[in-house]
Design a binder for this molecule. Sequence first.
Ligand code: ZN
Length: 113
Amino acid sequence: MHELALMQELQRIALEAAAAEGAQRIHSLRLRLGRLCGVDPDALRFAFEVVMADEVAAGARLELELVPTLCRCGPCGAPFEPEDVILACPRCGSLAAEVLAGRELELIALEVS
Ligand SMILES: [Zn+2]
């Protein structure tokens, strides 16, 4: 379950940021999460509850901004949103697509006080 390891890393970043600002509490974390990044949002929410249960972060909210997958076909140049993990072009059927969006995994906002 790598969501747990990921959340521990995010907690470490959040705690460091809170300490740097002299904050006593972490109120929320906002993450941008691509559908292709291999992280399951539900597992991540569960990991968040487990990892953030200490006093500084207790009651913090996790906000997820899910980024849909966006590809561009190499051979024909058509942009498309793949239906699943197989990135087949709907116009020409090529599998040689370039992923333009959907692999994001970023902490974009952190609210502390
Ligand atoms: Zn194509």
